[in-house]
Ligand binder design. Structure first.
Ligand SMILES: NC(=O)c1ccc[n+]([C@@H]2O[C@H](COP(=O)([O-])OP(=O)(O)OC[C@H]3O[C@@H](n4cnc5c(N)ncnc54)[C@H](O)[C@@H]3O)[C@@H](O)[C@H]2O)c1
Ligand SMILES: O=C(O)C[C@H](O)C(=O)O
Length: 328
């Protein structure tokens, strides 16, 4: 017997990430090749026509797993009974802008949406914020949801998976080892240039990647800036912010969370106090997922260099938290 459909709400559905994301969700790449889905799409009133066009294209793919799709400009309708919410809709950064510039522009969206999710979605809804600055937007949505109650505050995530995937490829290219052989990577902190992509624990077929590379100067002066500033480099090259790779990362994040992952994955999750990160701050941590739940991997050694890097990205998130305090 076929499974009951899961409801996936996607905001910013008319945007460029939406266009890369929706077709892959409908084809089963996110929730499984035997899992029907209903797409509940949210965008602004002026974008409704464009979303209708996207739904026409979804129809024209005749996806066997697509059990329905609709568009609305009302968050309460979009999030009704949702199992998964992908909060993509926000203004993207343009050339020369830092993510902090987006804080006030986009923060207001997430108070409204966090409340609407908590009031309307399934109680165990899984929420991933992609719209930037995604860690603090997830923090805002979670704070608004906590005021309502009902949903699980641990299930409001920000997306660090793009940074994780970017770091994997840089390491694969440096070592000449296949991406698939690299295990135990983590990107700590904020989805911003302050993030700390940490390959001290990474192995490739049992070999330590840190020992293979054995080049702290490359780590500090090439690897970290390349991963941290990759978003800006893509905006510079494309004239638009990353879209297909961002959509891919969102799919990876939700797939691993829902279907499980034997490997470490970086998830941006509300801190439970692990590694000295204050509770509630949405922070990139090494996680394992199984049975639809995630846990932060404990007990990793944090050396002095790493502590300095983690403190730096934490400080940025604490400053962002202070900047949005009046919105909460
Ligand atoms: N976390 C990451 O790794 C990552 C990576 C890439 C992009 N992003 C961010 O994702 C966001 C979307 O990027 P994009 O390239 O798709 O942008 P886009 O401008 O192409 O699309 C954004 C869409 O969001 C809609 N929107 C705006 N406000 C909305 C609201 N209140 N409710 C619903 N929809 C709304 C717009 O109408 C538009 O259709 C940006 O904030 C961007 O910075 C994050
Ligand atoms: O950098 C941006 O503004 C877009 C996105 O967050 C990215 O990392 O590509």
């Amino acid at each position: 017997m076929s499974k009951a459909p899961l409801r996936v709400a996607v905001t910013g559905a008319a945007g460029q990430i939406g266009y890369s994301l929706l077709f892959r969700i409908a084809s089963g790449e996110m929730l499984g090749k035997d899992q029907p889905v209903i797409l509940q799409l949210l965008d602004l009133p002026q974008a409704q026509q464009a979303v209708k066009g996207v739904i026409m294209e979804l129809d024209d793919c005749a996806f066997p797993l697509l059990a329905g799709a609709f568009t609305t400009d009302d968050p309460a309708v979009a999030f009704k009974d949702a199992d998964v919410c992908l909060l993509v809709g926000a203004r993207p950064r343009s050339k020369g802008m830092e993510r902090a510039d987006l804080l006030t522009a986009n923060g207001a969206i997430f108070t409204v949406q966090g409340k609407a999710i908590a009031e309307n979605a399934k109680e165990d809804v899984k929420v991933l914020v992609v719209g930037n600055p995604c860690n603090t937007n997830a923090y805002i949505a979670r704070a608004a949801a906590i005021k309502v109650g009902r949903t699980n505050p641990a299930n409001y995530h920000g997306m660090l998976r793009l940074d994780h995937n970017r770091a994997l490829t840089q390491l694969a290219q440096k070592t000449g080892r296949p991406v698939s052989s690299l295990k135990q990577l983590v990107v700590w902190g904020n989805h911003s240039p302050s993030m700390y992509a940490d390959y001290r624990f990474v192995t490739s077929n049992g070999d330590s990647v840190k020992a293979l590379i054995n080049d702290p100067v490359w780590n500090n002066d090439v690897f970290l800036p390349t991963v941290g500033k990759r978003g800006a480099a893509i905006i510079e090259a494309r004239g638009l912010s990353s879209a297909a790779s961002a959509a891919n990362a969102a799919i990876d994040h939700i797939r691993d969370w829902v279907l499980g992952s034997d490997e470490w994955v970086t998830l941006g999750v509300p801190s439970d106090g692990s590694y000295g990160i204050p509770e509630g701050i949405v922070f990139g941590f090494p996680c394992k997922c199984s049975g639809g739940k995630y846990e932060i991997i404990q007990g990793l050694e944090i050396d002095e260099y790493s502590r300095g890097k983690i403190n730096l990205t934490l400080k940025e998130l604490e400053d962002e938290r202070a900047a949005v305090a009046s919105m909460l």
